[in-house]
Each structure stands twice: as structure tokens, then as C-alpha cells.
Design a binder for this molecule. Structure first.
Ligand code: FES
Ligand code: FE2
Length: 452
């Protein structure tokens, strides 16, 4: 069990907090690129407990600046895009993407007032369909060369959704392989050929067993956790019979991401980004190793649940997440419909705005969560001491971070240790873009990765 101080240490991310300092050592998703398209590319953004305005100027450059106007504090999110920047709607002060004040039109002609005014401004880059902001001090780190960042635009699709709870409990669902056998249990399997874009609805690789059946019938996974250069690798094993074992490989991507398989074709890389201590957005990049992603279909599927402009779930606390007791008795474990995002949302929001970890009791199946929290505390300390935390990398080191491997398949009970790597390598080999085989894996399955 944890003390209140320890829980505060690992959950609070506002300015001046130790975990906030850690988070500020990384690029953070601030918005989807889509959100800054359209006629008025200006969005208020709350990130790590601070309020900003994100905009795209007339030259197409992105800017992220403090939201309160340095004149008398009006809200710049209602400003006008003109004159080479964002103009406050109160007295017309104008700011460029670097936060320079370039006009104070109510002041006497030739007034030097502008010269002394500088709004805080932060770098923004577009990558994988997401606009990333760096709120930290000094040089931002380089992006690791993981698949979602190097796949061509045709093979990635980004989306997001709001969760009304602390970021950490939301992340911890992603490193909890046991919950899928319960929370996401369906009493009947769908036709796996209709699974496009849906988590757990396809068949496990190497079999025609729907993932839903495997999860339902084999609910006591053995979980292996390994430390890696990007975070943690989780291998969950479900023994089907003496000969066959279901293997599912997922990853924790430090500090607040995970990389998990969605189907044989696609992987999900997802970050749980703190809006403040009691809200977070999940941002996901879906990456295809086969055909281009059907972005229209993926987007339409998700817009059935999420409402713009805030990407709030239509099923939420105010309507009991659509809970139907009849459905719970006959069709699903939760009674909250077929969309697994709703299940996860209920699970994490029902814990309270910030889960009270002084009252929890962890078991064997929480192994990865325990290791992650240990890692998180260690990296919070590292950041506090001024050192670079895990995965806050320079260019050369970032180039070495590849993959990571994910898979969901049925393999041999003896030999699963290399089986999952072979499945991942084959998928990379067959990809229409150059998906590199991570070097640690190449070294372990040389017969598959040797140059031809
Ligand atoms: S408050 Fe913004 S220009 Fe006056
Ligand atoms: Fe889940």
C-alpha cells in the first residue's frame, strides 16, 4: 500500500511538482493536426495544468503561447488570426508564434511598448497526425524512431478522447493484461472478418480463434515484465493446451505511453496526456504494417462515440456509461455496450478523479503496474537531480529506439520465447514501408533477419 505523499508524488503534474518536471522533459501531444485545420485554426489547450492557446499563422507555422494576454489578461483563444500572428480581441495586441508582441495598435504611433513584451511561447511540431509541444527547459529531446513516427502518412491515423480522471490510472489500464479477460468480455464472438478498426475483435495470429474467445476462456494470464531501453515489455501468456499458448506482447513507452497490437495488421501507440491532475486525453496513433489505413472509416467509427470539439465520450458518468443490466446478464461483462473504450473509461473514471492508492491491494496480475510505478519514481528523482530521464534522448540515441514489437498470436507452448519475435519480424518484412526490425530482436532471431 502506498502513502498519500507517494501517491501525490506520482500523480501530480502541475508546474513546480516533481512529476510535472519529469513530464516537461518530453514532447507532449497538444492537439490533433486535424484540430488546426479549417477556417479558424485556433484552439485553447490545457496541458500539464497550464493554459495555452495553439494557433497556425497565415504562413502555416504553429505557435503555442500562454493563453492570457500580457496586456490586461483577456483570453487569447478568442483572438483574430491576422497581421502575421494572433491578435487579442480586447485592444488588438498582436503576437507571433514565438511570443513576440509585434503590434499595440491603441498606443501612440511609434510607441516602444512592444519591445518589452514577450509572451511565453513553446515549440510545436507535427508528427504522426499529432501536434507535439515541448514545455520544458533547454533543448527538447529527439523523437525516437518508433514505427508510428516513421511510417508514411498513408499508414497512420491519429485520434484522441477525453478521460475525466488522473493520467496515471488511465495509463495503468494499458499495462494491465488481465483486465481484458473481464472488463472487455463478450459472451459471443463476432465474425472476425468484420473486425477492422476494432480492438480485440480480430483473430489471434496463427489461428482462427477470435481474441475475444481466448480472453474469455483463458482468464489467468502469466505476465512477464522486462525492462527495455524505452520502458517495459509485457508478455502475457495464456496456455490453451499442452501444445499451444496464446502470447500477447505489449509495451510501456516511457513516460505515459503504451504500444499494443490491435490486429495482425495494425498497432496502437497511445499516450495518456495530463490536461491537469484530474483530466487526461488519450492520444493514439494507429499504424498499419499492411494496407494504407482507411482513415475515413477509422474516424467515423470513433466519432460515433466521441463528440467534437472536445472529444468527449457520449457515454459517460452523466448517463451511467449506457449501463444496461439486461445486457450485462446476457451479452457483455459490463453491460456498457460493445465499444471497449467505454469500458476502459468507466473503469478509470469510477476510481475517482485521482485514485486513492492508499486503499488499494495489488496482486500478481498487477505486476507490470508495480514495476512501472517503481520506474516512474526512479525517473522522477533523476529529472529532479537535473539528469536526462529515460527516453529523453539526443538525436543519436533516439535513432537506436525502434519498433517496438507487438503481437497477439497462438504459438507453441515450448518455444513461445522466439515465436513472438518471428511473428513480429515477418510482419515488418512484409510491410510496404521500411519497418525496421529492432536490433535487440534481430540479434535473437538471426535466421529471420539475415540479409538475403
Ligand atoms: S487585454 Fe489583450 S490587448 Fe488588451
Ligand atoms: Fe482495456
Amino acid at each position: 500500500m502506498m502513502s498519500q505523499e507517494q501517491n501525490d508524488l506520482i500523480t501530480r503534474v502541475g508546474p513546480g511538482t516533481p512529476c510535472g518536471k519529469l513530464m516537461r522533459a518530453y514532447w507532449q501531444p497538444a492537439a490533433l493536426v486535424d484540430e488546426l485545420e479549417g477556417e479558424r485554426p485556433i484552439r485553447p489547450v490545457r496541458l500539464l495544468g497550464e493554459d495555452f492557446v495553439l494557433f497556425k499563422d497565415e504562413q502555416g507555422r504553429y505557435g503555442l503561447i500562454d493563453r492570457d494576454c500580457p496586456h490586461r489578461g483577456a483570453d487569447l483563444a478568442f483572438g483574430r488570426l491576422e497581421g502575421g500572428g494572433l491578435r487579442c480581441a480586447f485592444h488588438g495586441w498582436l503576437f507571433d508564434v514565438d511570443g513576440n508582441c509585434i503590434d499595440t495598435p491603441a498606443e501612440p504611433a511609434g510607441s516602444p511598448l512592444c519591445k518589452n513584451i514577450k509572451q511565453r511561447a513553446f515549440p510545436v511540431v507535427a508528427k504522426g497526425g499529432i501536434l507535439w509541444a515541448y514545455l520544458g527547459a533547454g533543448e527538447p529531446p529527439a523523437f525516437p524512431e518508433i514505427d508510428c513516427f516513421i511510417a508514411p502518412d498513408t499508414h497512420v491515423f491519429a485520434f484522441k478522447g477525453l478521460m475525466e480522471c488522473n493520467w496515471l490510472q488511465a495509463l495503468e489500464v494499458g499495462i494491465d493484461p488481465a483486465h481484458a479477460s473481464f472488463l472487455h468480455r463478450f459472451f459471443e464472438d463476432e465474425d472476425t472478418s468484420q473486425a477492422y478498426g476494432k480492438q480485440f475483435r480480430g483473430a489471434s495470429a496463427g489461428s482462427d480463434l477470435p481474441m475475444t474467445k481466448v480472453l474469455r476462456e483463458y482468464d489467468r494470464p502469466i505476465i512477464n515484465v522486462e525492462h527495455t531501453e524505452y520502458g517495459l515489455r509485457l508478455i502475457a501468456l495464456r496456455e490453451i493446451d499442452d501444445e499451444r499458448t496464446h502470447v500477447r506482447v505489449t509495451n510501456q513507452l516511457f513516460p505515459h505511453g503504451f504500444v499494443i497490437p490491435m490486429s495482425t495488421e495494425m498497432t496502437i501507440t497511445q499516450w495518456h496526456v495530463p490536461v491537469d491532475d484530474t483530466h487526461c486525453y488519450w492520444y493514439a496513433i494507429f499504424t498499419s504494417y499492411a494496407a494504407p489505413v482507411d482513415k475515413v472509416k477509422m474516424r467515423d467509427q470513433r466519432l460515433e462515440l466521441y463528440e467534437l470539439p472536445d472529444y468527449k465520450s457520449r457515454k459517460n458518468k452523466t448517463n451511467d456509461y449506457g449501463f444496461d443490466p439486461h445486457e450485462q446478464a446476457t451479452a457483455t461483462y459490463t453491460g456498457m455496450g460493445l465499444d471497449i473504450n467505454v469500458h476502459d473509461q468507466w473503469a478509470v473514471e469510477s476510481m475517482g478523479a485521482i485514485q486513492d492508492r492508499t486503499r488499494e491491494h495489488l496482486g500478481q496480475s498487477d505486476k507490470a503496474i508495480i514495476q512501472y510505478r517503481r520506474l516512474l519514481r526512479q525517473e522522477i528523482e533523476k529529472a529532479a537531480s537535473g539528469a536526462r530521464p529515460l527516453l529523453a534522448l539526443d538525436e543519436a540515441a533516439a535513432r537506436a529506439i525502434q519498433g517496438p514489437a507487438t503481437m497477439d498470436g497462438i504459438g507453441p507452448s515450448r518455444g513461445w520465447e522466439t515465436y513472438w519475435m518471428e511473428v513480429d519480424v515477418k510482419r515488418r518484412r512484409g510491410a510496404p514501408w521500411a519497418a525496421p526490425v529492432p536490433s535487440e530482436i534481430a540479434a535473437k532471431v538471426p535466421h529471420l533477419t539475415a540479409a538475403e
